[in-house]
Design a protein around this ligand. Structure first.
Ligand code: MN
Ligand code: MN
Length: 292
């Protein structure tokens, strides 16, 4: 990795960590998710970054990919568990980080399982490390605390303007021979659950990614596509679209989806409660965790 890329990864990481921790302080029962999301996104820009994806604020059984809608009235319930997942990029170089805030002792224990798994996993990161060993450690830490890792959510590589790049870093043991390489940027994100260990899609998607260009009929669809193009392949929120009405926004998105140029990120739901912790790491002989 060249020095300039590394510098930008580190800057993005510093911003993401600061914004994540400030947002965590705002997260109290009764607080509005929309207010926290807007804070995360505006503070990211104020500090010199751009959101790499919409602020993910996922409650209880939702593991990931919930972001508030326009005028969202959702507040944090008593006794709940909230995942705050923040993405920041500087010139396309991404920091992806998450922490869980728990509002009961039981949820605190669940939160600790994914936090401890992440800490243990990071100790194994270095050039040449076998990814399967990292996955195995994550699974062992989570199961030793009486929970299940979510098997169909994984950590991932990060490339410029590309969020979910190779390699996948599963949260359960696999027979994967792949190894980490010098110069990779990766995100490790253990999810622990009291449920089945598997998430399913739930409707509707509120986060999207534009996949390409196609001729579009509707003026609103063209307007949505032009807006979406400005994210250069990174995800965006329905809430961010330049329409006054959510109905119009959804119609415009529907045309993009029908043309095959829209990728949906629906909220991912478990049967049980879910916790998640995530850091971004630059793989070197002495790895750098950019989001500490
Ligand atoms: Mn994330
Ligand atoms: Mn991630």
């Amino acid at each position: 990795m060249d020095a300039e890329a590394e510098e930008k990864y580190i800057k993005a990481g510093k911003i993401a960590a600061k914004v994540r921790d400030e947002a965590a302080k705002m997260a109290k029962p009764g607080a509005k998710l929309l207010k926290i999301a807007e804070f995360i996104e505006s503070e990211t820009r104020r500090l010199g970054g751009e959101p790499a994806f919409p602020a993910n604020l996922s409650l209880n059984e939702i593991a990931a990919h919930y972001t508030p809608v326009k005028n969202d009235e959702t507040v944090i319930p008593d006794g709940s568990i909230l995942k705050i997942d923040v993405g920041v990029h500087v010139d396309g170089y991404v920091a992806d980080t998450a922490k869980t805030i728990a509002f009961s002792d039981e949820m605190e224990r669940l939160s600790n399982a994914s936090r401890d798994a992440l800490e243990e996993a990071i100790k194994l990161v270095k050039s040449g490390a076998k990814i399967a060993d990292i996955s195995k450690r994550i699974e062992a830490v989570i199961t030793s605390q009486g929970y299940k890792p979510v098997s169909n959510l994984t950590g991932h590589g990060l490339e410029r303007y590309f969020l979910h790049a190779e390699p996948r870093i599963p949260n359960v043991a696999t027979r994967n021979e792949a190894r980490l390489k010098d110069g990779m940027a990766i995100a490790i994100e253990p999810f622990a659950t009291s449920g089945m260990g598997e998430v399913r899609d739930s409707a509707p998607a509120l986060i999207f990614m534009l996949l390409g260009k196609k001729p579009l009929r509707g003026g609103d669809a063209r307007k949505a596509a032009a807006f979406a193009e400005s994210f250069k392949g990174l995800p965006f929120a329905e809430r961010w679209l330049p329409f006054d009405s959510t109905f119009k926004a959804r119609l415009a998105l529907r045309e993009l989806r029908e043309k095959g140029v829209l990728y949906d990120y629906p909220p991912l739901k478990e049967k049980g409660m879910v916790s998640q912790h995530e850091h971004t790491i630059l793989v070197k002989d002495e790895p750098i965790v950019t989001t500490l």
